[in-house]
Design a protein around this ligand. Structure first.
Ligand code: 13P
Ligand code: SF4
Length: 350
């Protein structure tokens, strides 16, 4: 496909969403990337939070964390370019270690992954011996290596249920833990000395005493910004709006929404339903991508926060990743083997 054809393809999807001048410029880079991809026998995986021009041009597969982990595990290409954040690229390496995994940005972290260390998990295990540890995939490999099983936002409740345990340590997302506790009928405490607990309005929140889930005070810096007030304000203006919230939002927000699910689950919900208006409480770029895929549907926008980490993945850097073989993601083998057990166990649950 030449640059004109690529431009037409992107314009058909993104007209009115991405400025024309940007489409023309990015169509040329997309052609370059697709040529490099073939030359280097690479596959490009694109998370649902990638910016619309990138999302709609270069990935071989797009999806949520779970979906892309599966694609990374299955690929027979030599190189996996992960257009997502570091923990996702690490998960690809954990699952498919013989491949070269490239992350187009040197850092591209995640506030949840930064919130907990392997030593923190070891301390919790010492405090609660024998209690199984479930770790969200939004963590680094050494934290996964200390865990019994991982989960993503699309299978967290199923993973907790699969353990048939009275008590589970669930790390590190405070809000996902609370949402899972509600879904699985469990109570939750936060025994850590970690950051002081406060709700979205800044009020202190006490821990609860009767516990079956043991949590941690990590939060997604994007999803913690959405509030109940946002929902009330939108519902006043659009009483028939259908609101979808990612489970990294606070439990007050997910309870007030009409649906809560992983990024893929939200995309499916919009595709398969007919509502007068939709509002997605998640990362901004995904709102654009869902609007582009559903031009006949009315997507309201409450685009407050672009994930600064996902935003580090640009088309220019993706091209340079393939050109200069950077940034190579490596996981020390003794950590990888342990982390593999936790991730593979999750993938087998489905
Ligand atoms: P998903 O697994 O739903 O794609 O979520 C990943 C993520 O980082 C959400 O902020
Ligand atoms: Fe991490 Fe939140 Fe960004 Fe997802 S949106 S990568 S959870 S900071």
């Amino acid at each position: 496909m030449n640059a004109d054809e690529m431009y037409e393809k992107m314009k058909a999807k993104l007209n009115g969403i991405v400025p024309d001048v940007e489409l023309r410029y990015k169509a040329e880079i997309a052609v370059e990337i697709n040529e490099l991809k073939v030359q280097r026998n690479a596959v490009i995986l694109g998370h649902n939070y990638m910016e619309p021009a990138l999302f709609n041009s270069i990935p071989d597969f797009t999806g949520d964390s779970l979906d892309l982990s599966r694609k990374a595990a299955q690929t027979d290409k030599d190189i996996i370019v992960f257009c997502g954040v570091r923990f996702m690229a690490e998960t690809a390496k954990i699952l498919n270690p013989s491949k070269t995994v490239l992350l187009p940005a040197a850092r591209a972290g995640c506030s949840l992954a930064e919130s907990i260390t392997a030593a923190d998990v070891r301390d919790l295990k010492a405090k609660f011996p024998g209690v199984p540890v479930v770790t969200y995939v939004n963590t680094y490999a050494d934290v996964k290596a200390e865990s019994d099983i991982c989960c993503t936002s699309s299978n967290a409740a199923a993973v907790v249920d699969s353990l048939h345990a009275d008590t589970v340590i669930f790390l590190p997302d405070e809000y996902l833990a609370k949402n899972v506790a509600r879904e699985t009928g469990k109570h939750i405490i936060f025994p850590s000395a970690g950051p002081k607990a406060a709700d979205a309005a800044g009020n202190d929140m006490p821990g609860e005493l009767d516990y079956q889930l043991i949590g941690w005070r990590g939060r997604c810096e994007v999803h913690e910004k959405f509030t109940l007030k946002d929902i009330e304000t939108v519902r006043e203006q659009f009483p028939d709006v259908v609101i979808l919230a990612h489970p990294e939002c606070s439990p007050e927000v997910t309870a007030a929404a009409d649906f809560s699910g992983s990024t893929n689950a939200m995309i499916r919900y919009v595709q398969q339903s007919q509502a007068p208006h939709y509002l997605l409480l998640t990362e901004c770029a995904m709102g654009d991508n869902v609007a582009a895929a559903n031009p006949q549907k009315d997507m309201l926008r409450l685009c407050m926060v672009r994930c600064p980490h996902m935003n580090m993945i640009t088309m220019e850097d993706t091209r340079d990743a393939l050109k200069f073989n950077r940034y190579v993601i490596d996981v020390p083998e003794e950590i990888r083997v342990k982390a593999f057990r936790a991730v593979d166990r999750m993938i087998k649950i489905g």
